[in-house]
Design a binder for this molecule. Structure first.
Ligand code: PEP
Length: 246
């Protein structure tokens, strides 16, 4: 089955309004490559303004609360994100798992909350370096998928992203064989959980993707796009990744 490639940027905690000028050039590249889906998950404070700069680029958020409303100081619900124009949201990112102690169950609940409001979801899984060195990468990723992927996951709203924690922001990546192996295992696990829908779900790779390595990584079987942190902050670095996916 052919799946459209998705190149999604994660700006993390980077960007004031001046950063929005990057979106215009990214927007032009996205419009020039209509067979590639492009998304930018910007800080919450920039979502509304980013939406005004984007048409071909889908604007997303980087987290969402699992509840619809309530006494959760500082948190943002899916309905709030939708109201300001966010179309998709990252859940279960390893930085939130590490910094906010988020669990796979939290990621599952957040994905369900976003789905209820009609949002797309990019759910991240991935092993630590210690887990990989101990030969546990595959089991860790399988367990995370089992605990976090919603029962009704399907390709029209749900995307999985394999992001080995040790590759994020380090300039290090797994070999293409290692990526192929985890993506094949992830696809097989999805098939066990959601049967035929598994073949419609995109599985992204994330972790130190750049314009230099994107073509090689995107050519790996079962890699349906990339989740990009550092290299999504400027059009100069992000556009070559979109072009590599085209
Ligand atoms: C990320 O934060 O999701 C990510 C993949 O970061 P980087 O591309 O900077 O490694």
């Amino acid at each position: 089955m052919t799946r459209r490639k998705l190149v999604a940027g994660n700006w993390k905690m980077h960007g004031l309004r001046a950063q929005l000028k990057e979106i215009a050039a990214i927007e032009a590249a996205a419009a020039a490559h209509p067979h590639v889906d492009v998304a930018l998950c910007v800080p919450t404070t920039l979502i509304a303004a980013a939406v005004d700069h984007a048409r071909a680029v889908r604007i997303g958020a980087q987290d969402v609360h699992e509840n619809e409303h309530g006494p959760h100081t500082g948190c943002v619900s899916a309905a709030m994100l939708v109201e300001v124009g966010a179309q998709t949201v990252i859940v279960g990112h390893s930085e939130r798992r590490a910094d906010q102690n988020e669990t796979s169950h939290d990621a599952w609940a957040k994905a369900a909350a976003a789905r209820k409001q009609g949002m797309g979801v990019i759910l991240c899984v991935g092993e630590t370096e210690a887990e990989r060195n101990a030969g546990r990468a595959e089991r860790v990723v399988q367990a995370q998928i089992e605990k976090s992927v919603p029962e009704d996951a399907d390709g029209d709203w749900f995307t999985l992203s394999y992001e080995p924690r040790w590759a994020i922001g380090t300039g290090r990546t797994p070999t293409t064989e290692e990526i192929a192996s985890i993506h094949a295992i992830a696809r097989a696990k999805l098939r066990m959980m959601v049967s035929d829908a598994a073949d419609r779900i995109r599985i992204l790779y994330g972790g130190s993707v750049t314009g230099d390595n994107a073509a090689k990584i995107l050519a790996v079987e079962n890699v349906d796009g990339a989740l990009v942190g550092g290299a999504s902050l400027t059009a100069e670095k992000f556009v070559p990744i979109i072009e590599a996916a085209a």
